[in-house]
Design a binder for this molecule. Structure first.
Ligand code: SF4
Ligand code: SF4
Length: 104
């Protein structure tokens, strides 16, 4: 499992570098984020949730039926929108109320 970062979308805010618990993300010479050790990523999705530019996609592993499918997220105040894009390009949307999910 790993993430991919789209350099063209990255706005160089550095949030993903700061939030990754494994310190796996760094900046390149153009001040764009990149993953240093993709094989070390355990898919916590913290970087996706923090990225304000939707530049980070999380690729779903083949053993859970990913086949090239991926997910990304958008933060909207109390809500988090998750988008899952399947390998045949179908898109699914899940809206999470963060206040409700933090209540447990
Ligand atoms: S998914 Fe988690 S472990 Fe993987 S790069 Fe992002 S923050 Fe780091
Ligand atoms: S959080 Fe997103 S926009 Fe900010 S540095 Fe990381 S990839 Fe770039």
């Amino acid at each position: 499992m790993s993430i991919r970062i789209d350099k063209n979308k990255c706005i160089s805010c550095g949030k993903c570098c700061n939030v990754c618990p494994g310190n796996l993300i760094d900046k390149d010479d153009e001040n764009k984020a990149f993953i240093k050790y993709s094989q070390e990523c355990w898919g916590c999705t913290a970087c996706l949730k923090e990225c304000p530019a939707q530049a980070i996609k999380y690729y779903l592993a083949a053993d859970i039926g990913g086949k090239g499918g991926y997910l990304y997220s958008k933060n909207h105040g109390d809500y988090m929108d998750w988008y899952v894009v399947s390998s045949d390009n179908r898109k699914y949307h899940i809206k999470i109320n963060k206040k409700d999910s933090n209540a447990y």
